[in-house]
Structure formats: C-alpha cells, structure tokens
Design a protein around this ligand. Structure first.
Ligand SMILES: [Zn+2]
Length: 328
C-alpha cells in the first residue's frame, strides 16, 4: 500500500471527475520509467507523490534547442545524477536516470564524438539504470552510427538500453532499431523499445523485446487506446510511461491510465505489471535499482540540503499541511 493520499481527498470538490478516477487506484504504487523532471515543477512532483508514484526514471534527452558545447552535456548529466535526484527525493520519489546521446543531437558529429568520450564517465554512476534514450529520429546515417556505438557501450557495461523510436516512419524505424540491437548481440530482454503504438507492438513483443508505451496527449498514445492494447496483448513485457517533458504532457499519465484500466475491468495484477513491476524487472537488470530503497523514502525532510542548497528558497518553510489553501 502507498500512503500520502490526504491531498487527493482535499481536491475532490474542485476536480471531481479526475479524483473519482484516481480514487479507484488509491493505495497502489506506480513507477514512471520515462519522465523528464528537469522540465517540470515542484507542483508536479507533489501531485505525482500524492497519486502514488514512488519511483521514476529520467532519460537523458534533447532540451528543445541544440546544445552548443560539451560542457552543457556534462552539466546536464551531472544534474540528472545530482540536483534532480535530490529534488525528487524531497517529495519522497526515488529518482533514477538513463544516460545517453539523444538521436537528434547525434547529427552534430563534432559534438557527438566528444559526447561519446564523456559517456563512460557517467554510465557507471550510482542510480544510472541504463543507456538512454537513444535510437532514431530522422533515421540518418549519423544517428545510426551513434546508436550502434552506444549499443556497444551498453553491451560492454551490461546495462539495459532505452530506445526512442521515431515519430516519422515509426514502424520502419522500430524494426531497424531492433535489428541493429540484435546485430550487436544485445539480449532483447535488456532492450526497452519505447513510444510503441498499435502498428509496432506485435513486432516488438514477438521478437522478445520490452514494449513501452508513452501516454502523451495528442501525439503518441491516448490512454483509452492503451486500455484496448492491454486487453488484446495482456501485460507481459508491456509497460507505460508519461514521457512528460517541456511539451504539453501529463506527469500523472501512469496513475490516470491505471485508473482507467481499472474502470474497464482489467485485473489489478495486470495493472500492477504494466504500471509498476515490469519496468522494475527490466531496469533492475542494471543492478542499480532497489525496490526496498524507494519504498523507504516516505520520511522526507524538505530542509535537507544538496551541495549546500535545499529546495526551500529564501527562508521558505517546508510543506507540512498539504490541505491548506494559504500561500505564505
Ligand atoms: Zn523522452
């Protein structure tokens, strides 16, 4: 059972429909294995904790505009294993990350070469549960080159791989991503193919890979489609995530989809597999993921500091009474 439900109850009168849905999954724990918290607010962290999210994975990705130098990659990777993990812990959520060179920036070859030199300094750090997110965007030769190099790195480090599949020509890009992973002798059980849809899921499951689905408004998958997919394919090797980032996205996509699955009569054991356990099983192969540590995170003290800084700015008091509407 997950605690921390008092905030949800107090919201009932204002966002009734939403809470009625989330009420159905009260007490369940969730793991969101793909979310870009660097782009999100403290309100998101609080809402996620209140909805039962106990752990997350933040894949390294593109920031919305290209980086111009190696130092910004270094600082970003450092923030994923440092400040962002600390920030998450202040809301009782265990934060893991995957480290990699994203597909889009693989096309800047000068910089990509330098980033490849940097990656081995980060992938062995505590809490890094894989290489990611890597793969294809426009399916260019440069993207393929750095995808292959990073697969080799994952193989050598014995780390799971989190594969971003392209929006355009998705089916072709997804199949190509799996074929290349097999060429590099990766075990499909170590490879999480992300952003699947109805067109790709069968190919991914039939080849023995993990199939991740991103519940993202308007572009990737809606959660009613996801319910239909779980009804059709079951819960084996399937996981869902929010991939919430700086775009119009929803950090509560995992608990909301769990609630919808419950409303549609999907058994709780299957809901638990796709919203919690399967992601744990896949990424625990890194040897860096420990369930007992994230279930032990409930005792939080927002006055704690990371490198001298806390999340409390200029004399703020830690949040104690979550139901208060007073902003002091
Ligand atoms: Zn992403």
């Amino acid at each position: 059972m997950c605690g921390n439900q008092s905030f949800m109850n107090t919201q009932m009168s204002t966002i009734k429909t939403e809470v009625l849905n989330l009420e159905a999954i009260k007490g369940m724990c969730f793991f969101d294995p793909h979310i870009h918290m660097t782009s999100r607010t403290t309100d998101d962290y609080q809402a996620m904790a209140d909805a039962g999210i106990v752990a997350i994975i933040e894949p390294a990705f593109w920031l919305g505009q290209p980086r111009t130098g190696l130092a910004s990659f270094r600082d970003y990777y450092n923030s994923l294993i440092g400040w962002e993990r600390f920030r998450s812990s202040q809301f009782g959520i265990k934060h893991y990350c995957t480290i990699g060179l994203n597909a889009r920036e693989a096309n800047n070859i000068d910089l990509a070469e330098q980033v490849m030199e940097l990656l081995p300094l980060f992938i062995y750090k505590e809490g890094v549960v894989g290489i990611g997110e890597i793969g294809f965007d426009d399916q260019t030769p440069a993207e393929e080159k750095y995808y292959r190099l990073q697969l080799a790195l994952a193989k050598q480090a014995e780390l799971p791989v989190q594969v971003h599949t392209p929006h355009r020509d998705k089916k072709k890009g997804t199949i190509r991503s799996m074929e290349i992973a097999l060429e590099h002798q990766l075990n499909p059980t170590h490879v999480i193919i992300d952003h699947n849809n109805e067109e790709t899921v069968e190919e991914v499951l039939n080849r023995g890979f993990w199939a991740a689905f991103t519940i993202y408004p308007f572009t990737k998958m809606g959660n009613e489609r996801m319910v239909a997919l779980v009804k059709k394919y079951g819960s084996e090797r399937i996981m869902i995530n929010s991939a919430a980032d700086w775009g119009i996205s929803d950090p509560l996509a995992v608990p909301k989809t769990a609630a919808l699955m419950k409303a549609y009569g999907i058994p709780e054991k299957d809901i638990e597999l796709v919203t919690y356990q399967n992601a744990i099983t896949a990424f625990a192969q890194s040897g860096q993921l420990d369930v007992t540590s994230f279930l032990a995170m409930k005792q939080i003290d927002q006055r704690e500091k990371f490198a001298g800084n806390s999340i409390l700015r200029g004399g703020q008091q830690p949040r104690i009474d979550k139901s208060s509407i007073i902003i002091s």
